[in-house]
Design a protein around this ligand. Structure first.
Ligand code: GDP
Length: 298
């Protein structure tokens, strides 16, 4: 992740800045709305989305006398309204195996998320297989094997530097032969050479479709919440590289940059399938808009 010039605010800072008060003596006027917008922007919501949220807040409430607590509740409600349409679990129905391609920059949390998802689906009684498609990083393959062991799921690997598409093909062939429910394919996240990465992903898609014209059924983009507004650029980039069908936002534990999720929902409308809230195997949760909005406002 890029170095961040400004220190990140602490979670719940919006609520702390506004304070706590039940007496209806604040007027929701332009000054108040401007202050709220600034706080939302500090949470990495972006100017455009912050303005939309404050406009929605003002609608029917402008000039009204409210308590701070009422303002916070109304703000959380407006954010919930934007987030509700994108809160969707990973859809795993239809043909078997369901193929999930996992993309994202190195360090975003792909390996960890694959491990956590594998564990959840295993516990839900599904058979799961993982393909370690980042064949250029030996450490990534090893890490995925560790997660596979933890989750009790087989991990298909190939020698370092070998063709990820051929591994993806072999993995899907085996998953089909064994009647596996879910195949998750990790991919490389080197953006330094975007043309190479694009070619690599395109080749993976081509070979998968030889075995199943509908594969991959889902392409998950894993994003790191601590990168703030950068996540928006990553969606732009990866949508050009692959047909991204949904998002997982990692590292929401301990960051106040979660506002970027609202910007993502507002700008792209892509489903948010899950959020990462820690480094352990159980630290992956379904995205709950109401809980998220309450935590963001604090
Ligand atoms: P990859 O390069 O995209 O495969 O990223 P990794 O899965 O290796 O994750 C990079 C780092 O982020 C590791 O140290 C992970 O433990 C950590 N990480 C991943 N997800 C989360 C999360 O939800 N919360 C926290 N705090 N750390 C995470």
């Amino acid at each position: 992740p890029a170095a961040d010039p400004e220190p990140a605010p602490k979670p719940g800072f919006i609520g702390r800045m506004l304070g706590r008060d039940d007496s209806p003596r604040r007027v929701l006027d332009d000054d108040m709305l401007e202050r709220l917008e600034e706080l939302l922007i500090q949470s990495d919501m972006g100017v455009e989305t912050a303005m939309r949220v404050s406009a929605n807040l003002a609608e029917g409430r402008f000039g009204r006398k409210m308590s701070v607590n009422e303002i916070k509740t109304a703000l959380a409600q407006e954010i919930t309204r934007i987030m509700e349409p994108v809160a969707k679990p990973l859809p795993l129905y239809g043909a078997r195996p369901q193929v999930v391609l996992v993309v994202g920059v190195n360090g975003a949390g792909k390996t960890t998320t694959i491990g956590k998802l594998a564990s959840q689906f295993r516990e839900a009684g599904k058979s799961v297989m993982i393909a370690a498609g980042d064949t250029f990083r030996a450490a990534a393959v090893e890490q995925l094997q560790v997660w596979g062991t933890r989750a009790g799921v087989p991990v298909m690997t190939a020698p370092e530097g070998s063709d990820p598409a051929s591994l993806a093909y072999d993995a899907l062939a085996r998953a089909k032969a064994e009647g596996v429910d879910l195949l998750m394919i990790d991919t490389a996240g080197r953006l330094q050479n975007r043309a190479d990465l694009m070619e690599e992903l395109a080749k993976i898609l081509r070979v998968l479709r030889k075995l199943d014209p509908d594969a991959p059924h889902n392409t998950l983009l894993v994003l790191d919440a601590t990168t703030g507004q950068n996540a928006l650029n990553q969606v732009d980039i990866f949508r050009k590289l692959a047909d991204v069908s949904g998002l997982v936002m990692t590292k929401l534990d301990g960051t106040a940059r979660g506002g970027v999720l609202v910007a993502l929902a507002d700008r792209f409308g892509l489903p948010i399938h899950a959020i990462g809230v820690g480094e352990q195997i159980d630290d992956l949760q379904a995205f709950d808009p109401e809980e998220f909005a309450a935590a963001l406002i604090g």
